[in-house]
Write a protein that binds this ligand. Structure first.
Ligand code: HSE
Length: 401
């Protein structure tokens, strides 16, 4: 079914913002050797922009259609997506997917299935929308010089933070706008609590370092409790606040991962990444830093990235997972020391976090904040309690210890 240079006869799952945009991008890409022949949707009563005969609700109409040689999966639900992707691959069809949660959660199974079935699975659109970061990590950074991947990987939260900072609108208003613009997930808490960025950094770490890390081993905190005091603090000190995901090589051959808001200085490349844009800084042993920038959310940027994977399949491209095949992946660690800003309301909120040192303490009638040093592993230990508290944490830098 995966004929080299043959026309891609596509069975598409999902016709939401990205699915519909992909159809538009393919139709308007003159040199594209691809055609969407069938679209599987959940709701047959919804008004669609294409003729009714293009649509079906039974997934087997695509999976069992021998004329369809490529499945493109663009639905929200990760478990349903997994079923679709698995059955398509076992039926000998290659798959392009944008489902970061499915990929981050079931990566091992999906890697094994690629080997077993011979079908390819491509997913550059799953991380950073239009920025070709996965294929670059796989192909250009195909050596062991990589030191870190640091990025703004979620367009919605970046849009919210930019609007709060520069237009002085509040969190709820900015979140509404991000939803209206089609940047946010169907469940926007995935964006603002950092889970979307977490899935993406797990995928990037697989391709950048070869290390497979489970979600529950990674500290992740979001921006839903950010308040005017935090914005004011950032402004006064010359910072911008960005939700950052980072994979950092440390201690000879380990890699630490986390997702957290960061107080970003003017000198950092990501300082000027605003609105729904994403930015990824790649740091390596002999080349210092490189920066990739582009639209990370929205139908057309993501649709363009999906088209790039579709085109890659016409050249029979597949991921080799080179960092696992040719190198020993670094072990995962949470043993790093961070300098953080922590704003809270009650004195007992401070006791939850086991700071090694506090260098600055500020009290007002309504809130407190400290700047101090804390181990990432200690943050992970209290993550469940932390999530339930109305406090805000942002890291400033990783400290050498
Ligand atoms: N909700 C995601 C974001 C879409 O805002 O980045 C792109 O993955």
């Amino acid at each position: 079914m995966n004929n080299q240079n043959s026309k891609q006869q596509i069975g598409l799952f999902g016709f939401g913002v990205v699915g519909e945009s992909l159809h538009h991008v393919i139709t308007n890409s003159h040199a594209s050797n691809a055609e969407v022949v069938k679209i599987c949707i959940r709701d047959p009563h919804k008004k669609r922009s294409l003729p009714a005969e293009m649509f079906c609700t039974d997934r087997d109409e695509i999976i069992q259609d021998n004329e369809i040689n490529l499945v493109v999966e663009l639905i929200d639900d990760a478990e349903q997506a997994l079923e679709i992707v698995k059955s398509a691959m076992l039926a000998g069809k290659s798959v392009v997917s944008g489902n970061k949660k499915m990929l981050a959660t079931h990566m091992e199974e999906l890697m094994d299935l690629q080997q077993l079935s011979g079908s390819a699975l491509l997913y550059d659109a799953s991380a950073c929308g239009s920025i070709p970061v996965i294929r670059n990590l796989e192909e250009y950074y195909d050596n062991d010089l990589l030191l870190s991947i640091t990025g703004i990987l979620n367009g919605s939260s970046n849009y919210i933070l930019s609007r709060m900072y520069s237009k002085n609108i509040d969190f709820a208003q900015a979140l509404n706008q991000a939803c209206e613009m089609g940047f946010a997930e169907a469940d926007p808490s995935l964006d603002v609590e950092g889970h979307d960025a977490l899935y993406k950094i797990i995928i990037l770490t697989m391709h950048g370092f070869g290390t497979r890390v489970n979600q529950d081993e990674i500290f992740c905190s979001g921006i839903s409790h950010i308040g005017p005091a935090d914005i004011r603090f950032a402004r006064e000190r010359g910072y911008r606040i960005k939700l950052v995901a980072q994979a950092q090589k440390v201690h000879n051959n380990s890699v630490a991962l986390f997702v957290m808001p960061k107080l970003v200085t003017r000198e950092e490349y990501i300082y000027n990444v605003e609105d729904e844009y994403n930015g990824v800084v790649i740091e390596g042993e002999f080349y210092e830093k490189q920066f990739m920038f582009g639209k990370g959310a929205g139908g057309f940027p993501t649709g363009s990235s999906v088209l790039s994977d579709i085109t890659a399949r016409t050249h029979n491209y597949r991921y080799e997972y080179k960092k696992r095949k040719y190198f020993t992946p670094p072990a995962h660690t949470n043993d790093i020391l961070l300098e953080v800003y922590y704003r809270y309301r009650f004195t007992e909120d401070l006791l939850l976090l086991d700071f090694e040192e506090i260098t600055e303490h500020h009290s007002t009638r309504d809130y407190f904040y400290v700047i101090g040093q804390i181990r990432l592993g200690k943050l992970l230990q209290v993550k469940d309690k932390f999530d339930a508290m109305k406090v805000f944490l942002a890291f400033i830098r990783i400290l050498k210890d």
